[in-house]
Structure formats: structure tokens, C-alpha cells
Design a protein around this ligand. Structure first.
Ligand code: HSE
Length: 309
């Protein structure tokens, strides 16, 4: 058995337009670092260094330790049979819509699996999904999949953990994070239980267009299909200034504007003027008194084991 594993995981954009609970894109940043050390004191202990966002340190509430426990269970070990100290440097803001809880869960699962010599990615995915399920109220895979595998992922079957992996085009995405906090579990309660046939048809069309856009490196086609009539309409009310921000982004040259995951992060695809688009969104939020920050990200490669000792 190994003694120390350090892994890095990154932010993800779930839903990606029409793919509610289905599509996900891994980003190159922001990132979390999870260091896992085998120690003598039995059980799992979580430590947060000064650097990084605050998250629960109770092993029962933290998605990283819940996922770690799942891996231990799969290996036939009780969570008190060994001692693990987990240090999490949280670079992804919790409650941002950028897959923060999924990044912790994937990090916890991958680090533990690495120490135990478990390589099966499906096991790691399942453990991470369980961790994610505790925090969001439903074990949806659209953040954990791209977070683990990188690139663009399509969850084909949640029960079977059947995930399609696609290589996204090289592109730059403008992401703006307002100082608003959205709890995924609450945002999920806003989603309608049924959708009209018309909406379902439109979503099939757009989802097909997104995949074709990815396959042919056609950013404009992707942006044209980056639409959502299921999750965005009820959720945009949680993001004060959403409509104005969208208008500011489009006026500045953005090709699309949507909510990342359950929000409040919003993002745009664009061929050029990324900086101008980011500044325009921030300015639009600030006009109504909402502070925000923007950054420009690219597709990311997924969770990485940085060190094993
Ligand atoms: N697909 C999930 C949702 C992602 O939109 O609720 C949560 O980040």
C-alpha cells in the first residue's frame, strides 16, 4: 500500500445547454488539490489549510470523504479500519455551479483508490457519484464524469454508469461568477417534473447539434444549439440580473449565454473578444449591485494523480 497520494481535479460545466443531467464539460481551471495521507489514527480526518474556500470538515458531510468511504467499502474495508488524513485546498468556490462538490468527490475517490491500488475508473466514478449525491440530493453524473475523464461527456445511462467521452474543440469559454450562492438541491426543486412534447423535441434537436458541433469543431453550431427550455427558465430567477447580463454578453460579441450547472456561474462561447465579453458581464452585474468576477477557461483534461509515494 502507498502512503501518500496527491490529486488535482477541476471545475466542470454541467448541462451545457440542452443536456440537463447529461452533458458536461471539464475546464482547465479553477482546480482543487486533495492530498491523502495514510496515518496511524483510524478513521478519516479532513483538514483545510488557510488557503482555499471553506467546506464542511465533518467526514459525514464532505463529498470527498463520503466518496473515499465508498472506495474503502468496495475494497472490503470499513472506514475505521485504516487512518486517512485528507487535506483539501479548495480552489473551486462551493455553491458556484462549477461542480465544486463533484471535484471534491472525484478527488476523494481517486486519491483513495490510488492509495489502495484500485484502477477501475467505473468504481471511482460510482464512489464519486455517491459523494455528489449526498450534497446535491441526487446522484447525477454530469459533473463527476467530465471531472474524472476530462473533455466533454455524455451520460448515456445513469444506472449503468454508461458515459460517452468526446474530445471538445479547442475553445475559450468566458465564465462569470457572481457573488450569489445557489444550493444545487434547492435549484433542482425548481425543475419541472414533466416537460411539454414541444420542449422535448427542441432539446433533442439542440443536443444533436451540440454533438455535431463538437465532432466537426464548429463552435458556431455549438453556440447556436446551446439553449435550454427546461432548467434555465425557472432557475434564472435565482441569478439577479441574468437577462441584462445575457444582453451585455451578446452585445459584446458572445455567441451564447447560459447557466453553468445549477448556477450562479454563467458562461459564454465566443470566437473573439473574450475579455470584452467578460468585462461587459461583470459591469452589467455591478450596475445592479451584484459583485462578480470573470475568467477565461479552456476545456480541461480531467482528474490527475500528481504524486504517489
Ligand atoms: N445537472 C445538475 C443540475 C448539475 O443542473 O442540477 C448540478 O451542478
Amino acid at each position: 500500500l502507498k502512503k501518500v497520494a496527491i490529486v488535482e481535479t477541476s471545475a466542470t460545466i454541467a448541462n451545457f445547454g440542452p443536456g440537463f443531467d447529461t452533458f458536461g464539460l471539464c475546464l482547465d481551471k479553477p482546480r482543487d488539490v486533495i492530498e491523502l495521507e495514510m496515518v496511524n489514527q483510524k478513521g478519516i480526518r479532513i483538514e483545510l489549510p488557510e488557503e482555499g474556500y471553506r467546506i464542511p470538515t465533518s467526514p459525514l458531510k464532505n463529498t470527498a470523504s463520503i466518496a473515499a468511504k465508498e472506495i474503502l467499502k468496495m475494497a472490503g474495508k470499513g472506514s475505521n479500519s485504516i487512518g486517512l488524513k485528507m487535506t483539501i485546498i479548495k480552489g473551486i468556490r462551493p455553491g458556484s455551479g462549477l461542480g465544486s462538490s463533484a471535484a471534491s468527490a472525484v478527488g476523494g475517490a481517486l486519491a483513495t483508490a490510488t492509495l489502495l491500488g484500485i484502477k477501475d475508473k467505473k468504481k471511482i466514478l460510482l464512489a464519486a457519484a455517491k459523494g455528489e449525491g449526498v450534497s446535491s440530493g441526487a446522484a447525477h453524473l454530469d459533473n463527476v464524469s467530465p471531472c474524472l475523464f476530462g473533455g466533454f461527456t455524455v451520460v448515456l445511462d445513469h444506472e449503468r454508469l454508461d458515459v460517452l467521452r468526446l474530445k471538445p474543440p479547442q475553445m475559450k469559454i468566458v465564465i462569470c461568477l457572481p457573488e450569489i450562492y445557489v444550493e444545487t438541491a434547492k435549484a433542482r426543486q425548481l425543475i419541472p417534473k414533466d416537460v411539454p412534447l414541444k420542449t422535448s423535441i427542441a432539446h433533442s434537436s439542440w443536443a444533436s447539434g451540440i454533438i455535431q458541433g463538437i465532432k466537426t469543431n464548429d463552435l458556431k453550431l455549438m453556440a447556436r444549439c446551446l439553449r435550454d427550455e427546461i432548467a434555465v427558465p425557472p432557475r434564472k430567477q435565482l441569478i439577479r440580473g441574468f437577462d441584462n447580463a445575457r444582453e451585455a454578453a451578446i452585445t459584446a460579441g458572445a455567441l451564447s449565454f447560459s447557466i453553468s450547472g445549477s448556477g450562479p456561474a454563467v458562461y459564454s462561447l465566443a470566437v473573439k473578444n473574450h475579455k470584452r465579453i467578460g468585462e461587459s458581464i461583470v459591469e452589467s452585474f455591478s450596475r445592479i449591485g451584484v459583485k462578480s468576477d470573470y475568467f477565461i477557461a479552456k476545456p480541461g483534461m480531467g482528474a490527475k494523480v500528481k504524486k504517489i509515494e
